[in-house]
Design a protein around this ligand. Structure first.
Ligand SMILES: Nc1ncnc2c1ncn2[C@@H]1O[C@H](COP(=O)(O)OP(=O)(O)OP(=O)(O)O)[C@@H](O)[C@H]1O
Ligand SMILES: [Mg+2]
Length: 367
């Protein structure tokens, strides 16, 4: 990946306020200083520079948009003469029912009521003190007991690896901002993802969603799986609560990497959990995880999203036959007979979507 693009992408991805991006503005005219830093960074990530490289271009578009958003925030602060002030609490920080945690990087205001509770972790919403608006919104995932620290540490390890080099999958990954320990319990800080997990979508659409939507959702999911697999990482726990869908720009995020295995064939790392409905048969059989394991679980999630039965893999009769057969290939019991390669399935799905759904442009999924 282009190093200048990577630098800008990382800066805007990790920033919680404009000062994190543009730094101290010196000289007689702060506005001019801001414009100069902005111009240099904008050159680094201008999408037109990457016309021949769709993967880089997509990342550049995202970085460019975030950079422009941060410039607007910086200009507003300059106009109010508050640029450089980080101490003010964020606009939407909770007024009560929160606790404060300070790390070497940031001070957080964290709600004391969990947003979600898993088997081993609580997830809380919060904000970064001195941050601004959306970029300041975070979630904190904390082990319930010190005995569960290992899994949180594993998620930190895996996310760090996934973020080592940028790629087409990066925009589908949670952003790790920080980590800390509280009362002996390991915690990690992620950017809040403004999206809906599949169970939330199914609450609104109990009979399932239009197969054309499943088409783009699975396409994004295969993209992040292809990216992770190319780095030797198997997620090992793809299930509906771990797939977050953002209808406004058709982005999809694969979250909860606590159970992921790194290079399982070489390291011997295995499945750390078995999900009765979504895990592939090899998980319960304590066989090694393979990329095909994630494809199986991804297909089960899509069956459910189509209004089908994830236990049996059956889908409603209205689902186009070709999509059904495509999913059946990912659901074969024997891992070696099953679809193996997320990128290959990604390519095949492009063709399938074109043939079956045609060019329908941006289709809205109201939430
Ligand atoms: N970055 C995020 N932004 C917004 N919501 C999130 C984010 N991360 C997690 N969530 C929400 O919290 C839920 C639980 O998250 P996650 O699966 O990571 O933790 P967990 O299941 O509690 O952990 P564990 O399974 O290890 O006990 C998700 O289904 C999602 O709805
Ligand atoms: Mg989870």
């Amino acid at each position: 990946m282009d190093s200048e693009l990577a630098r800008v992408y990382e800066a805007v991805t990790q920033a919680v306020c404009p000062e994190d991006v543009f730094g101290v503005l010196t000289g007689p005219d702060e506005g001019e200083a801001l414009a100069a830093v902005f111009r240099q960074m904008a050159r680094g990530c201008h999408p037109d520079r990457f016309n021949g490289d769709p993967e880089a271009r997509e990342l550049a578009q995202e970085a460019f948009q975030k950079l422009n958003d941060m410039r607007e925030r910086a200009e507003r602060k300059l106009a109010r003469k508050t640029y450089g002030e980080r101490e003010a609490p964020s606009d939407d920080a909770p007024a009560s029912g929160f606790t404060e945690i300070e790390t070497a990087k940031h001070r957080y205001r964290i709600s004391t009521t969990p947003l979600a509770e898993g088997d081993l972790c609580y997830v809380f919403r919060g904000t970064v003190a001195g941050g601004e608006g959306d970029p300041a919104r975070i979630v904190v995932k904390v082990a319930k007991e010190p005995a569960d620290n290992d899994l949180v540490r594993n998620e930190i390890r895996v996310l760090t690896r996934l973020w080592l080099d940028l790629g087409s999958g990066s925009k589908h990954l949670p952003v790790l901002l920080d980590q800390f320990k509280t009362e002996g319990k390991q915690a990690l800080v992620l950017r809040e993802i403004d999206a809906h997990d599949i169970p939330t979508i199914l609450e609104k659409y109990p009979a399932g969603i239009d197969p054309a939507h499943v088409g783009w959702i699975l396409h994004r999911l295969l993209s992040v799986l292809g990216f992770a697999h190319s780095k030797g990482i198997v997620h090992c726990n793809v299930e509906p609560a771990h797939v977050m869908v953002r209808p406004r720009d058709h982005n999809v995020f694969l979250i909860d990497w606590s159970y992921a295995a790194v290079e399982p064939a070489r390291t011997g790392e295995g499945f750390r959990t078995v999900n009765e409905l979504y895990s592939p048969p090899e998980a319960a059989e304590r066989k090694p995880p393979v990329p095909a394991s994630d494809l199986y679980s991804a297909a089960k999630c899509m069956v459910e999203l189509l209004g089908g039965n994830p236990e049996t893999g059956t889908v409603p009769p209205s689902v186009p036959d070709r999509l059904k057969r495509y999913l059946d290939f990912m659901l074969i019991t024997a891992p070696r007979m099953r679809a193996q390669d997320a990128w290959e399935m990604h390519r095949e799905l492009s063709q399938l979507r074109q043939d079956v759904f045609g060019h329908r442009g941006f289709i809205e999924l109201p939430m």
